[in-house]
Design a binder for this molecule. Structure first.
Ligand code: GP9
Ligand code: MN
Length: 687
């Protein structure tokens, strides 16, 4: 009986289709093993686990299926060759991923000429012996064929069956994409993280998608000419705003903190629930006599959310109308970003974030922006209870960041991106000591609870800055990156704002986020000027005493008398002190009344619209055409991405060396002793 079964099994393997399914099966299994052991794709939940396991199947059927169109032994050898090539591709990805936490693409191979050049270490150092396991099945199959354990099937395979298999594989791919997109909407349009595409769709699909994108990009890139820069420079010549002498250079040479408050909206400032302030510490900071705060400041992000905010804040370039510029243009474009500008003035530059380094392609983009250090989740000890949602809880994050901050040679530019106040605003009971709102909208109600937690985390960090003296010699820039409550929650928003109904005008005003700059001795105020994220970089640079005569920055200094108060939203709508335009409706900003513009108003509105459209499209041109490669402002040195690496061991090593070459860190000034004993947190996880 058993031998009968065996006989039948080997009979199946002796057919071409049987062999085909065997080779596909082995290939899929080894790909899955590689996913689990060689990459960190972070599949969470049943659907993601399922897709991770099955995603090699459609592409394998499609590629191996090519061999079925050929007859005789040739088709067998073709299957083996395809298997070999596919396996080499996985192998190369394993090795590349180990060094760069990213996947190979045609763009990378073409761009660097030779991938090996890009690798920091010699290949022998990065290849692990166990990486070769993926070739094992090929060796076995070749052996089985050569020694005729599996016999080749001479019968011709019907072309229409081959076609059927190709068709089925395409259908499976579509199905897979449907499931993936249901689980993570905007997977390919918003392009969050390359790990996501591989996790949901597979390595081959990622390579294909990436090749398509690269092709599209390189077409615009190669059409761009150095002279395209002329129109941009001409435009910027008229828009630059002179610095305000009252503030220009006032904080020259100080450390800079950029504190990114996740999903933090302006309405939270001074907002109360059950008579209690949601964010008492941020409120105090907002009103502090040494804080310049803005209460008509808008986020201007689109699909790229946090990454759009980062792009605007540090480059004064707009995010793109679709997707994330950091993901699509982060690696290959030339930038003149805040970290590079300050690095060239002797600053140490570092970004801190409790999520994986690949999200929004930060680990790659930050190199183009000239960040010396990127302390991502890989740099923090993380126990399961330490994180929620995307990563490390804010209280623990700030504390762990402080441990590295004290080691940064001064002056430094440090950006800290918080995370806990992120949709869906989940937090464990132990960390929740604030009442939720009672709108009945489950997405909206816990928002104030995570905002309250963020407020406490922020206060603990400020307290540490006070105790170490960092408060005195730093400028602390704090801002909300974008809305936390999306426009889909009108009834809940109405309740939060104590209004009966919400119209498009209210929603536009709901896009305000706080922006504050604090420094000991700085002349504080709540400034009512209109502005947005695009304006931050010129404002900050002026405060630090940097003239921006020749930079490519689309914002204007918020403190300048010539500041441009026309705020562009990414979709072309706008807010100015007079008008708020949403779609085809124009409202008076002061009263919220919708108007039918008279001739004079029409003219004014058309002029604003023209300005907004021009500005957005010129900024897009800079990114799409990679125009900054043609133009380097006087005094600025082009960034060389190869100067930077964020691998944990190297980062730690560089930090150690910097202690000796530049002994100006807080720790060095404390006689080489840590100041972490001054850090107080009530994070229950650390007790
Ligand atoms: C992820 C975090 C969230 O690392 O920055 O990004 P968002 O969803 O806000 O764009
Ligand atoms: Mn965000």
């Amino acid at each position: 009986m058993i031998s009968d079964k065996k006989y039948r099994f080997s009979n199946i393997l002796n057919t071409r289709l049987g062999f085909f399914f065997l080779i596909v099966l082995l290939f899929c299994v080894k790909t899955y093993i590689a996913y689990l052991t060689k990459f960190s794709l972070g599949a969470k939940g049943g659907m993601q686990e399922f897709l991770l396991a099955v995603n090699p199947i459609p592409a394998a059927l499609l590629t191996f299926g090519i061999a079925l169109y050929f007859s005789g032994r040739l088709s067998y050898w073709l299957m083996m060759i395809i298997d070999f090539l596919e396996t080499v591709w996985i192998f190369a990805n394993i090795v590349y991923y180990r060094e760069f936490s990213d996947f190979l693409s045609l763009g990378i191979i073409k761009g660097s000429g030779n991938v090996q050049n890009n690798l920091g270490k010699s290949l022998a150092e990065i290849i692990h012996f166990s990486d070769f396991f993926i070739f094992l099945d090929i060796l076995v199959l070749v052996g089985l064929l050569v020694f005729h354990v599996i016999k080749t099937d001479a019968q011709p395979f019907k072309k229409r069956y081959a076609l059927l298999i190709s068709l089925i594989s395409c259908l499976l791919m579509v199905g897979e994409y449907g499931l993936a997109n249901a689980n993570r909407s905007g997977l390919l349009t918003r392009t969050f993280d390359n790990n996501y595409i591989v996790k949901y769709l597979g390595l081959n699909e990622y390579a294909a998608f990436n090749a398509y994108q690269t092709q599209k990009e390189s077409a615009t890139r190669s059409h761009a000419k150095a002279s395209d820069m002329d129109s941009i420079l001409k435009y910027l010549k008229h828009t630059r705003a002179k610095p305000n002498p009252e503030y220009f250079g006032k904080e020259k040479g100080k450390n800079v903190f950029i504190i990114h408050l996740e999903s933090f909206q302006q309405f939270l400032i001074d907002y109360k629930v059950d008579g209690k302030e949601v964010t008492p510490h941020i409120n105090k900071f907002f009103h502090n006599k040494n804080t310049v705060s803005f209460d008509n400041f808008y986020h201007q992000v689109a699909q790229g959310k946090t990454s759009d905010a980062e792009m605007m804040l540090e480059n004064s370039l707009y995010g793109l109308p679709q997707g994330s510029a950091m993901v699509t243009y982060g690696a290959q474009n030339t930038y003149q970003a805040a970290p590079a500008i300050l690095d060239q003035q002797g600053y140490t530059t570092a970004a801190f974030h409790g999520d994986v380094p690949s999200f929004w392609n930060r680990d790659s983009t930050y190199k183009s922006w000239g960040y010396q250090y990127f302390f991502s989740s890989e740099y923090y000890k993380i126990k399961p209870s330490y994180s929620v949602g995307y990563g490390l809880k804010d209280k623990i994050f700030f504390k762990d960041a402080a441990n590295y901050i004290q080691q940064l040679p001064q002056p430094f530019y440090a950006k800290l991106i918080t995370l806990t106040n992120h949709y869906p605003y989940e937090l464990d009971k132990k960390n929740t000591d604030f009442p939720a709102t009672k709108t009945g909208d489950k997405t909206v109600d816990p928002y104030v609870q995570t905002a309250h937690y963020l407020d406490q985390a922020f206060a603990e960090f400020l307290n540490y800055l006070k105790k170490t003296g960092l408060m005195k010699n730093s400028v602390i820039v704090v801002y909300g990156d974008h809305y936390g409550i999306s426009n889909n929650h009108r009834p809940a928003i109405a309740q939060l704002l104590h209004k009966k109904t919400i119209n498009n005008y209210d929603l536009a005003q709901f896009q305000k986020v706080p922006f504050m700059m604090h420094a000991t001795g700085l002349k504080g105020k709540v400034d009512h000027s209109y502005g947005g994220e695009i304006d931050v970089l010129p404002t900050l640079l002026h405060l630090l005493g940097d003239k921006d005569n020749n930079t490519i920055q689309f914002g204007t200094d918020l403190l300048s008398k010539q500041h441009d108060q026309r705020v562009a939203f990414r979709n072309g709508d706008f807010v100015t002190p007079e008008y708020t335009k949403v779609g085809s409706t124009v409202y008076l900003t002061k009263t919220g009344r919708a108007i039918t513009p008279n001739a004079k108003q029409k003219k004014a509105i058309a002029a604003i619209q023209n300005h907004v459209t021009t500005e957005l499209s010129l900024s897009d041109r800079v990114i799409y055409g990679d125009l900054l490669r043609f133009y380097t402002p006087k005094g600025f040195k082009k960034v060389n991405r190869k100067d930077f690496t964020y691998q944990y061991t190297k980062g730690i090593d560089n930090l150690k060396k910097a202690q000796e070459t530049h002994p100006t860190s807080v720790e060095a000034k404390n006689g080489g002793k840590s100041t972490m004993n001054l850090y107080q947190t009530d994070a229950p996880e650390l007790k």
